[in-house]
Write a protein that binds this ligand. Sequence first.
Ligand SMILES: Nc1nc2c(c(=O)[nH]1)N[C@H]1C(S)=C(S)[C@@H](COP(=O)(O)O)O[C@H]1N2
Ligand SMILES: [Mo]
Length: 418
Amino acid sequence: MKFKQIAGGLLDRRYFLKKSLVFSVAASIPAYLTAQTPLELERTQWMSEPGLGFSNYGQPSPFEKKTIRWTMANSHTPGNGVSWTPLQDLEGIITPSGLHFERHHNGVPQIDPAVHRLTIHGLVTHPLEFSIENLLQYPKISRICFIECGGNSNAGWHKNPIQTPVGNFHGMVSCSEWTGIPLKLLLNEAQLQPQAKWLIAEGGDASLMNVSLPIEKAINDCFVALYQNGERIRPENGYPLRLIVPGWEGVVNVKWLQRLHIASQPSMSRNETAKYTELLPSGKAQQFSFFMSAKSIITNPSFGHQLNRFGLYQISGLAWSGRGKITRVEVSADQGQTWLDAELQDPILSMCFTRFRIPLEWHGQAIVLSSRATDETGYVQPTRTELIAQRGRHGYFHYNAIVNWALSAQGQISHVYN
Ligand SMILES: Nc1nc2c(c(=O)[nH]1)N[C@H]1C(S)=C(S)[C@@H](COP(=O)(O)O)O[C@H]1N2
Ligand SMILES: [Mo]
């Protein structure tokens, strides 16, 4: 067989497909999978008595209690903090709603949808006020897209590589199917005046956060979402209404949306001046760095996982880009000297998580696993050294360098820089 096997034990992504055509079944199955004879199934307790009854709202299996968000709040201001999506425990591309990361500046408001209003005013011909009921009358769209906090992965700037599960390092990104009304429709109802250049979106929580967006983006693909993964948005993620700004940093995806002020200038609010700006080597700060650039991480295996047998492993991970579709993910097992293309799993959508997979044959070799994403603009995820060369060492936001996992001969995984 002419499978490309490169340094470190990575195999061609089509390995399994071709293997089943070439090998006889017996020869290709590892001994530990062979069933004991006689082939009799043990009668378990759950086969011997009726199961539980129906429930009004389903919950995960009690055996999956470890798959939870990791929360961290400021003890002086408990409403200000983060909870991380446990990316190391999840598969596919959709983040379950109850595990979507959270970033609140002043807690989760308990908004009564019957009272909530969305106001559009400023440089418009018809200032408008919508109730949720009014909004539900408009034509809706659905879109699967990621939301990533601009501060995600910021531990990558640390001098020494942080040793923590993927979710606690990169878990300020999640991906849902959002359903709502294109902003363009609502702005058309209000009729923008010619001087309208910026849209200032305000949330109805106690942080009264506001952010400014160029009007072109607002018209192009933004929408106000009422549903998340088929059900009404969770309170933590903006119930009853949030702004979705595909591909752009989390902070502009205003939750608990209550006001759209159309203006000729940005508002220069705290979250676009003091925060969510990049301090460059020149000492100047870069503002309005909206796009989330291409990024990828191997989620399985990753820090905290233990390889406890020799043989084939299926490496899998996530890639995404705020500039469009992911076109390629390469994986290396030798500190980035040689790379092999991973399989990209359908669907491959713009500004959305893309799942990648590649087999690895592991026989106790110590290797370094890395993944590198390319998006449809041709942008290639940089190494950490390249990122630091571009951005200096004073940054905090928008860290998207290649992540390396060192796999030891004992099957343990640690985070390393190269
Ligand atoms: N009203 C309001 N909107 C907000 C925030 C907030 O605190 N209040 N946090 C922002 C930030 S910084 C991010 S990263 C995203 C997080 O969205 P999520 O909590 O649904 O993951 O919401 C943004 N929208
Ligand atoms: Mo954020």
